[in-house]
Design a protein around this ligand. Structure first.
Ligand code: S3P
Length: 177
């Protein structure tokens, strides 16, 4: 029972492993709108899996493809929830762009909470995280979070997602939109 109109675009941002895709799917279901995953859109656009884009074309290329896929998704006419890659807000003025296009939600977790959530198969699919020992992973996530937080914090809604289940977090976001 919304008194005001829902935003047409909802962008989820945050570190790898924070739950953007799982929370995003649940939120889209609640809002009865389309769910999109930016990494999947990049894979469709490039015809390659994300780790292969990094390996074969490099991170610089990946960031350009990401910025392009983001703008194409935002230009769609339908209402949608978009889960973005962890680095997306920090390149190509993407964060300002998302803020200008709809609601932005930062799913905030501590580095320790992120490590606890990332499974071995999650790590395999993430070129910037794979091949790290647990200690190295914690240090990498802490350093990266410190660099990225100024971007994430520009979100219109910051949600502490640690230790809470997916339906609870999605419900809280829905109530704040
Ligand atoms: C990245 C996060 C990934 C993916 C790419 C780069 C990053 O998305 O976009 O591997 O820079 O943190 P997730 O946040 O879904 O892991």
């Amino acid at each position: 029972s919304q008194l005001t109109e829902l935003p047409a675009k909802v962008f989820l941002v945050g570190m790898p492993g924070c739950g953007k895709s799982t929370v995003g799917k649940e939120l889209a279901q609640r809002l009865q709108c389309t769910f999109l995953d930016l990494d999947t859109l990049i894979e469709e656009q490039e015809g390659l899996a994300v780790p292969q884009v990094f390996e074969q074309r490099g991170q610089e290329y990946f960031r350009q493809a990401e910025a392009q896929a983001l703008r194409l998704a935002a230009a769609r006419s339908e209402r949608l929830v978009l889960a973005t890659g962890g680095g997306a807000p920090c390149f190509c003025e993407n964060m300002g762009f998302m803020v200008s296009q709809g609601a932005t939600v930062y799913l905030k977790l501590t580095p320790a909470e992120l490590v606890a959530r990332l499974t071995p198969s999650d790590l395999q699919g993430r070129p910037l995280l794979r091949d790290k020992t647990p200690d190295e992973l914690l240090v990498y996530l802490a350093d990266t979070l410190r660099q990225r937080e100024p971007f994430y914090q520009q979100a219109s809604l910051v949600v502490a997602a640690g230790g809470r289940d997916v339906p609870t977090v999605a419900q809280q976001i829905e109530q704040c939109l």
